[in-house]
Ligand binder design. Structure first.
Ligand SMILES: *[C@@H]1O[C@H](CO)[C@@H](O)[C@H](O)[C@H]1NC(C)=O
Length: 430
């Protein structure tokens, strides 16, 4: 009977564990059913001139169908699009947010992040100041801003991460993943590789500091924190003081000096080699030195621990609320789940499967471009040469001929420079 009970308990424990570990997908969007996404995503009407999203795999891709996503299509616009899913709370469970971003336009300035909203959000009125739970993803503006935002709303206030997480700034598709755990730890992954992790309490200023300097404590008046003092026994030598400048002893009155005309002759001043500067007593260890005074700390009365910083009671809308100067960013492969492992698998299955082919296609497009440019340059050179020859036939002038050859040389050099420039650009991108 005891054995039976033990077995029963074991079975119950196993089934309880498997219930807990069951993964839930709260939201997934792959954009693989043509225009049907329009019924799932709603544009805000808060403003009348939001930029349009279009469904496309872009200029280059790994799989024309699977890589279709939402692309920003108008420059210098705000974008405000969102999708709703069943309201949930991440209490007691991991929360995983994952999506892919491709700045194929070689972005200069624009957001590539998502916002996760509580269910009560009015999608038709979503705008920059709508209250959200989490903002996550890349943001680029000029060479100065290339970061991954991880912003949490905590008790009504948005808190930015204290660490710098650099985002990808090339033109390929990249996978961004945020994992928030119920033990108040987090992890950020790019392309399924961890780039940052830690504690919510350490890496955001959600809570006031645990310890503060004791306001009651004061440095005692007689606290001597001078490590060295001037030696009181040291005395200035009697012969120390000498003038800094003296009349040049080597100077001679010029022979043609006329006292009446030029005034009385005075030798120029020079630096006195015997001048020793200001006298200072030597320094000795201070016998009364007590060490640096350290302000004692006390527990901060304002601090209250919170074991549920990570927790949101309501999550129900995902939104793209962005500004883009140069449009062309493609968002795809949205996933919100409680299972980090599933997210990694999905990432491998989507971004992981098409990334290499995408790169190859871009590279071959660039190779084609390069060849085309080369052909055009060659043609231009040949045409120029023909013209030169015609002219040569017309005027059999030797000097002219030499000049023209010189010009031809310069032209070729310029073209070589151009090609080198393109190559180094290519290398940068790879
Ligand atoms: C995802 O792919 C990487 C690299 O191939 C592999 O190491 C990892 O185990 C995969 N993850 C999952 C959950 O399948």
């Amino acid at each position: 009977l005891v054995a039976m009970t033990a077995l029963c308990l074991l079975l119950m424990a196993v089934s309880a564990a498997s219930v807990l570990a069951e993964s839930t997908v709260y939201f997934r969007e792959q954009f693989e059913d043509g225009d049907a996404w329009m019924s799932r995503w709603a544009e805000s009407k808060h403003k009348s001139d939001y930029g349009k999203f279009v469904l496309t795999a872009g200029k280059f891709y790994g799989d024309e169908e699977k890589d279709k996503g939402l692309q920003t299509s108008q420059d210098a616009r705000f974008y405000a699009l969102s999708a709703r899913f069943d309201d949930f709370s991440n209490k007691g469970q991991p929360l995983v947010i994952q999506f892919s971003v491709k700045h194929e336009q070689s972005i200069d300035c624009g957001g590539g992040y998502i916002k996760l909203f509580p269910s009560k959000l009015n999608q038709e009125d979503m705008h920059g100041d709508s209250v959200y739970n989490i903002m996550f993803g890349p943001d680029i503006c000029g060479p100065g801003t290339k970061k991954v935002h991880v912003i949490f709303n905590y008790k009504g206030k948005n808190h930015l991460i204290n660490k710098d997480i650099r985002c990808k700034d090339d033109e390929y598709t990249h996978l961004y993943t945020l994992i928030v755990n119920p033990d108040n730890t987090y992890e950020v992954k790019i392309d399924n590789k961890k780039v940052e992790s830690g504690n919510l309490e350490d890496d955001w200023d959600f809570l006031p500091p645990k310890k503060i300097k004791d306001p009651e404590a004061k440095k005692p008046e007689d606290w001597d924190d001078r490590e060295k003092i001037p030696d009181p026994d040291d005395k200035k030598p009697e012969d120390w003081d000498k003038p800094e400048n003296i009349p040049d002893p080597d100077a001679k009155k010029p022979d043609d000096w006329d006292d009446e005309m030029d005034g009385e002759w005075e030798p120029p001043m020079v630096t006195n080699p015997e001048y020793k500067g200001e006298w200072k007593p030597r320094e000795i260890d201070n016998p009364a030195y007590k060490g640096k005074w350290i302000h004692p700390e006390i527990d901060n009365p304002e601090y209250t621990a919170d074991s549920e910083i990570y927790k949101y009671d309501s999550v129900g809308v995902i939104g793209l609320d962005l500004w883009q100067v140069k449009s062309g960013t493609i968002f795809d492969n949205f996933l919100i789940t409680n299972d980090p492992n599933l997210a990694e698998e999905v990432g491998n299955d989507t971004w992981g499967k098409t990334k290499d082919a995408e790169k190859k296609m871009k590279e071959s497009q660039e190779e084609d471009e390069r060849k085309k440019r080369e052909e055009e340059n060659k043609k231009r050179r040949e045409e120029a040469k023909e013209e030169d020859e015609e002219e040569e036939e017309k005027e059999e002038d030797e000097e002219d001929e030499e000049e023209e050859e010189g010009e031809e040389h310069e032209e070729e050099e310029e073209e070589e420079e151009e090609e080198e420039g393109t190559d180094s650009n290519l290398k940068d991108e790879l």
